[in-house]
Structures are given as C-alpha cells and as structure tokens.
Design a protein around this ligand. Sequence first.
Ligand code: CTP
Ligand code: CA
Length: 228
Amino acid sequence: DARTPHWLPLLGRHALVTAGPTHEPIDPVRYLGNRSSGLQGYAIAGALAQLGANVTLISGPTSLLAPSDVSLIRVETAREMEQAVMSSLPVDIAVCAAAVADWHVVNAVTSKIKKQAGTPPPSLSLEPNPDILARLSAAGPRRPALVVGFAAETDDVEANAVAKRKRKGCDWILANDVSEGTNVMGGTHNTAILITEDGVERWPLMTKADLALRLVRKIALRFGAPAL
Ligand code: CTP
Ligand code: CA
C-alpha cells in the first residue's frame, strides 16, 4: 500500500511538479491570473516524495506550505515558471498541475496606475505566455520519460482532454470538470478522467489527496513497480 512507508518504488527517480496559479503583473499592485489554490499540485508533489522520488515543486503564488521532503521553488509569472522548469531538467517525471495564465500584460508598468476622474480605464495589451507543458513534451533528449498534464474543462470534458493530449504532446492528461456546481476550484474534492495512450479511465469523486495517491501509484507502476 502506498501509505506504508516501506513501499518506495520511485526511489532514485527525479520528478518535477508545477502548481498554483501564475500572476502576470499589470502594475505593482494588480495582476492577471487564473483561479488555483495549488492544493492538487502540492498533494501530488507530496505523494511522489512519499513514494521515494526526489521532487522539485515549482509553484506560483499560493498560501500553502511546502510538503515535507520536497524542494520548493517559488515563482510569480509563467515566464519565470518556464525558466525554473527548464533549469530543473533532466527529470524522469513531470506533472504540470499549475493553472498557468495564458497571457501576460505587455504594457505592465512599474508605478501604480491611478484612477483619474473622467478618463477611461487603461487598456491592457496581452501577449501569449510560453506553453510549459508543450515545451516539456517537445524537449527532445531532455524530455522527461513521463509527462503528465491537467485539463480544467467546463464542457465536453473527455473530447477536449483527448484533443489537448494530442496538441500538447504529453503522455497523460488528467481532466477535471470545473463547470459550475462541481466546486473543484479551491475545494477539497476532485473527480477526474485520465487519458493515456491506452484509453480513458473515469475516476470517482475523491479527495485531492486520494487523487494524488492514485496518480502517483499509477506513475510508480509505469516505472516498473510491482503491482500491489
Ligand atoms: N499549461 C502550461 N503552460 C501554459 C498553459 C498551460 O504548462 N502556458 C499546462 C497546464 O499546467 C495544464 C495543461 O497545460 O497541465 C492544460 O492547461 P489548459 O489551460 O487546460 O490548456 P490550454 O492549452 O491553455 O488551453 P485552454 O486554456 O485554451 O483550454
Ligand atoms: Ca489555459
């Protein structure tokens, strides 16, 4: 059982996990960002470490403490996250659980923008952020042996996740339904669909901690651990 301290099937393996949101500054007090508590990514990093892996957790701004036995690198923006990820290679396993902002603000300024009566609000000019998961998946000889992405979807979860796996070039995608009422964002529970090269697995509603354990057990099996 993965809860037994003696089952260390990932001993000697290196893993990196991205987690949390990224914040893209508008000015020193405002930012553009995605919703993410970081809970799921932190749980996965902790579970990988429990199974013996050497884990680097690259996290955007969250209010969480680093799990024990995990090296934490804190970043703010997607571009900083990408740099930290690429300089953490090589690893055997990469899990991209971060909710990366898709754009950054090109016309960000270093002094606070003041409201001025009678003048219109400022316009933000956006440019795409690097796609960290796609870059990791296409990293050639530096590509991790197993690259796992997440997909947060509100509609056609399975079809979108299957398409996303192809587009990103990753090995597995864990897709969450985040449509209204599912309460995944910031919540303690998660349901997921796992898309692999072998097809689709539907996972029941479980805590984010249990989902992390289930994922890392599956990763351990993929790396040759004997089935329990
Ligand atoms: N991701 C990433 N870098 C980005 C955007 C996304 O590494 N710049 C990763 C996320 O960590 C996640 C996966 O890609 O593992 C899917 O993220 P998602 O936002 O669902 O995919 P996008 O390609 O950004 O598509 P969209 O937001 O349009 O659905
Ligand atoms: Ca996105």
